[in-house]
Design a protein around this ligand. Structure first.
Ligand SMILES: NC(=O)c1ccc[n+]([C@@H]2O[C@H](COP(=O)([O-])OP(=O)(O)OC[C@H]3O[C@@H](n4cnc5c(N)ncnc54)[C@H](O)[C@@H]3O)[C@@H](O)[C@H]2O)c1
Ligand SMILES: [Zn+2]
Ligand SMILES: [Zn+2]
Length: 389
């Protein structure tokens, strides 16, 4: 079959690789019909290269048709239309029982590398599809076929009818955004600031408004992304056009700041010219530009919700100031299956969250290298690229 294979930093190719086969009674094989490129893939594409190996199949936002199931897989059968959550969870361990599916003990990578990357000596969470050698080294879903481990629990059966794009984002974007908003705990009618208007920021904004936030302020600098947010009711702020984002936000909020902030940027944040220089000198002091702007714009007693991915330490983290301001922080990989039952009804009859207005590019799988490039460089208006194997 054909699959998107990692060959090196900013070098992905579509290769011929062996077809996957059932290996465990809890496996399924799914023929992929749509598979999206995610902001998290951009970390693999560049920053997380040391955790990748040439030949890794990437991708973690797939859906398709079940081809074959192992003998312990009962809730899906060949021919069913399914979406595959990006985290691989057993549904029945200490953490899964608490809905902490991204911490599943059954699928955690216990290898030396995974143990070694945690500075606290505590290893890594649940395995993820197509996501490095510290998250299980599981072949990913940007491919014609996918072997789904723990398929007795993971795959979500979705109805026939609407186009794939109505359900595809159940794999990651929607539950991640739902969790970002849940963790932000915005008071009814309150104001939430969202840093980053990629797919995660876009959907977090729509979910926050749907759930009763009074005002959403979205911060980015890419014109098409600002425009998409503003047509969904977001008050937008181009951070490249102002001297200090915090000052603008304080002006908009009676000098107090936001009730809640969501960081939907993560470690790919872009900042000042000095920042970029530091980044290229590998000091990486500015990988938290968006996070710092968010932290400085929250009101006392407010909440910070991180969905953007960070790896390793952040220098000069203002812990004492957050303590003084009584800021609550919640974060983590999305516990996909915790939220999907609540989201599905918003997709089935009407497109309540406007998910059909997110994708900007549909491409054959063969064009994945181009998809990665334009998505990373934010060229050609790319906001969400969906590959069709
Ligand atoms: N927690 C999870 O489970 C989970 C799941 C999916 C994605 N993510 C993470 O969420 C983040 C966003 O994902 P995405 O697919 O939307 O990615 P994306 O790269 O499309 O979006 C990031 C956006 O941030 C903007 N940005 C960069 N620097 C900024 C700054 N200083 N201030 C404000 N905006 C800035 C960029 O212009 C871009 O539009 C990534 O870090 C991704 O890894 C986390
Ligand atoms: Zn993703
Ligand atoms: Zn589990």
């Amino acid at each position: 079959m054909k699959a998107v294979v990692w060959h090196g930093k900013e070098d992905v190719r579509v290769d011929n690789v062996p077809d996957p086969i059932i290996q465990e009674p809890t496996d399924a094989i799914v023929r992929i019909t749509s598979t999206a490129i995610c902001g998290s893939d951009l970390h693999l594409y560049s920053k997380l290269s040391p955790l990748m190996r040439e030949g890794d199949i990437i991708g973690h936002e797939p859906m398709g048709i079940v081809e074959e199931v192992g003998r312990e897989v009962e809730h899906i059968s060949p021919g069913d239309r399914v979406v595959i959550p990006f985290n691989i969870s057993c549904g029945d361990c200490y953490f899964c029982d608490q809905d902490l599916y991204s911490q599943c003990e059954t699928t955690r990578d216990t290898g030396k590398l995974a143990q070694g990357v945690n500075l606290l000596g505590r290893g890594r969470g649940a395995s993820l599809f197509g996501y490095t050698h510290v998250y299980g080294a599981v072949p990913g879903g940007q491919a014609e076929y996918l072997r789904v481990p723990q398929a007795h629990f993971g795959p979500i059966k979705v109805p026939e009818g609407p186009a794939d794009e109505r359900f595809l984002y159940l794999s990651d974007v929607l539950p991640t955004s739902w969790q970002a908003v849940a963790y932000a705990d915005v008071p009814e009618g309150g104001t939430v600031g969202i840093w980053g208007l990629g797919p995660i920021g876009q959907m977090s904004a729509r979910i926050a408004l749907h759930q009763g936030a009074g005002r959403v302020i979205g911060i980015d600098r890419v014109a098409e992304r600002l425009a998409m947010a503003s047509r969904h009711g977001v008050q937008t702020l181009d951070f490249s056009a102002v001297e200090n984002v915090r000052d603008v936000i304080l002006d908009l909020t009676d000098g107090r700041g936001l009730d809640a902030a969501i960081d939907a940027v993560g470690m790919e944040a872009s900042g000042s010219a000095v920042g970029s220089l530091l980044q290229t000198t590998k000091l990486q002091l500015d990988k938290a530009t968006a996070l710092r702007a968010a932290m400085s714009s929250i009101r006392r007693g407010g909440t910070l919700s991180l969905s953007g991915v960070y790896a390793g330490p952040i220098q000069a983290f203002p812990l004492g100031d957050l303590f003084d301001m009584q800021i609550q922080i919640r974060m983590g990989q999305a516990n996909v299956r915790q939220w999907t039952d609540e989201i599905i009804p918003l997709l089935t009859d009407e497109d309540v969250l406007g998910v059909e207005d997110l994708k900007t590019h549909t491409m054959p799988l063969e064009d994945a290298p181009l998809g990665y490039e334009i998505f990373q460089k934010k060229q050609d208006g790319a906001i969400k690229c969906v590959l069709k194997p």
